[in-house]
Design a protein around this ligand. Structure first.
Ligand code: MRU
Length: 346
């Protein structure tokens, strides 16, 4: 599997997801501001991957400090502010920054040790993420039977995480147990994460994948061509309401009508206990140019007014289960989430 993000020789490398699947190019970062820019411009995307990138951005910012710096507080706050201002919905970003703040608080008086500990934490967040995804995969594959066809939306794969993926991790795990799962990938307008990234990932592993445009999902369901839906998440509220890529809610509504199970796969770091319901989740709005153009070609007059929310909210009542590394939440989300978060150790 091609790494999504890596720390090598004091630099951060990311595969440029804007260029996939046509070019496999790595972007090198030597400064936290470049990392922030890459998150904003979606060189790297997907909630867990954004969290890892933010942690590495902090590590890069701190590693560039002079060893004689005796008051790193100001620059540290600036690093957090810049990275925290990149993408508002993916809560893993803020979760990772909180983790980095704890390390800073403990070690801020010893700059050399601070550099070491901050980097250690960033690498731990990255390594844990892949391990957690493998756990999600093992736990989640129970919902799949041999020969199932699964619809997924956006890209919740290896590229959206530090490796293996959440929704695609469940499919990978089922296929390594010999379940022969086939994937239907929704194209995912406007950024085409499904067409460009999910298809690319599945093809690399010879997992059968068929691409559809987003509006085709209902027709396939009506014909009985989809056994189950699994998607990732950008932020899950305490009541189980889930923010994910725009279009997810429409798919969830369709599954209700067609009586098809709808699962969300996500690590506990995607749960935001401070958002009581989906109403409290901020939804990122992206530039109109992403909609006015289709993969580089303009498709409407340049002055067309556009609304481009990047995410939507699926209420918990439409979700069959939320697959986490600690088990599947099917009922009583608030109680179960609180219990899971209490036990969580990083
Ligand atoms: O705008 P993106 O590409 O960052 O949106 C990504 C998604 O919506 C994913 O489904 C979500 O982050 C889960 S990734 C494991």
């Amino acid at each position: 599997m091609i790494p999504t993000i890596e720390w090598k020789n004091g630099r951060v490398f990311m595969i440029d997801q804007r260029k996939l699947p046509f070019e496999e190019v790595f972007v090198e970062h030597t400064c936290y501001k470049n990392v922030a820019d890459s998150i904003k411009k979606m060189v790297i995307r997907g909630a867990p991957a954004i969290g890892v990138a933010a942690a590495m951005g902090v590590a890069l910012g701190i590693s560039n400090l002079d060893d004689s710096e005796n008051d790193p507080g100001g620059i540290f706050n600036e690093i957090i502010r810049v990275l925290g201002g990149t993408r508002p919905t993916a809560v893993n970003l803020f979760w990772a920054l909180e983790e980095m703040k704890k390390v800073f608080k403990t070690h801020q008086t010893d700059i050399r040790l601070l550099k070491e500990k901050i980097l250690e934490k960033a690498l731990e967040i990255k390594n844990n993420d892949e391990k957690i995804n493998r756990d999600i995969g093992k736990i989640g594959e129970i919902v799949l039977k041999k020969g199932d066809t699964v619809l997924t939306h956006c890209n919740a794969g290896s590229l959206a995480t530090a490796g293996y993926g959440t929704a695609l991790g469940v499919i990978r795990s089922a296929n390594s147990s010999g379940k022969n799962i086939s994937v239907i990938a929704g194209e995912t307008r406007p950024f085409l994460q499904g067409a460009r990234l999910t298809v690319w990932e599945m093809q690399k592993e010879n997992i059968p994948v068929t691409l559809i445009t987003d509006s085709m999902a209902g027709y396939l369901m009506s014909k009985g061509d989809i056994d189950l839906v699994i998607v990732g998440a950008d932020r899950i509220a305490l009541n189980g309401d889930t923010a994910n890529k725009i279009g997810t809610y429409s798919i969830a509504v369709l599954t209700k009508f067609h009586n098809i199970p709808f699962y969300v796969a996500a690590p506990l770091s995607t749960i935001d206990p401070d958002s009581k319901s989906g109403l409290e989740i901020p939804i990122e709005e992206r530039p109109g140019s992403e909609v006015r153009n289709f993969h580089g070609s303009q498709i409407t007059p340049s002055n067309t007014q556009v609304y481009n929310p990047a995410f939507d909210i699926t209420p918990f009542e439409l979700i069959t289960g939320i697959i986490t590394e600690n088990g599947i939440i099917r009922t009583d989300p608030e109680k179960k989430i609180k219990n899971m978060l209490k036990k969580k150790e990083y």
